[in-house]
Ligand binder design. Structure first.
Ligand SMILES: *Cc1c(COP(=O)(O)O)cnc(C)c1O
Length: 223
């Protein structure tokens, strides 16, 4: 078995029912993605539009491509025709742009709201307060070509597990609260995308429904 296949198997064996694995293939080759695909992996995450547009046509049709990085509004239309889930909606304007582009191609696009839970200031995302305000104002309810399926967050990059756990707990509590207030009977509002190579076991304990794992599967990225 290849190293990639072995790594995927190890992670999958440790996943509770209902938690899905997004294999983050950014900076890795189409060949590496194919290897993971041959091991049964079907969901892949990319964070750059150009890189995704190169890999997408070169790989099997039944791959579910997820977009996980900061998305510029002028590039939205390039991925909307085929993307399965955008994890990184970080502003009201971006969500409006995805809806516009989706209307044009007649395809409903699933999205997650990216919430800033980390201590670091550089990471994108709504603050909890901004997201509350955005949901309260309610313009999103007019967007017929997007579905808000849940939330995504990244914890602080630290070896302090307590801090990481608190941040994931914060995201889970926020998810529960907005589900109750805005999406109580919406069956597709169920995703909490949290957990990466270094912290996914903590994220799973905190209630993650989707982990995004790159280096643990594919090895270190060469930039
Ligand atoms: C790169 C990336 C990951 C995967 O990171 P690893 O530490 O390699 O597992 C997960 N989520 C996002 C948003 C990323 O950009």
């Amino acid at each position: 078995m290849s190293q990639i296949a072995e790594n995927i198997k190890k992670i999958k064996e440790s996943l509770p029912d209902g938690v899905r694995l997004v294999a983050v293939s950014k900076y890795h080759t189409a060949e590496a993605v194919q290897e993971a695909y041959d091991a049964g992996q079907r969901i892949f995450g990319e964070n750059k539009v150009q890189e995704l547009l190169q890999k997408y046509p070169a790989l099997p049709d039944d791959i579910e491509w997820h977009f996980i990085g900061h998305l510029q509004r002028n590039k939205v239309k390039m991925i909307v025709p085929f993307i399965s889930l955008i994890h990184s909606i970080d502003s009201p304007r971006l969500l409006a742009e995805v809806n516009n582009a989706a209307v044009k191609v007649g395809r409903v696009v699933d999205c997650l709201l990216q919430i800033h839970i980390a201590r670091e200031e550089t990471k994108y995302g709504f603050s909890i307060d901004e997201c509350d305000e955005f949901l309260r104002v309610g313009e999103w309810k007019k967007f017929d070509y997007i579905r808000i399926c849940g939330v995504m967050g990244m914890a602080t990059f630290t070896s302090d597990e307590t801090e990481v756990r608190e941040e994931f707990d914060t995201l889970k509590q926020f998810f529960d609260r907005i589900k109750m207030n805005y999406f109580p009977n919406v069956e597709y509002f169920k995703e909490i995308s949290m957990g990466m190579s270094e912290d996914y076991p903590i994220a799973i304990k905190a209630g993650s429904s989707m982990i995004r794992v790159g280096s643990y599967i594919f090895g270190p990225r060469i930039y």
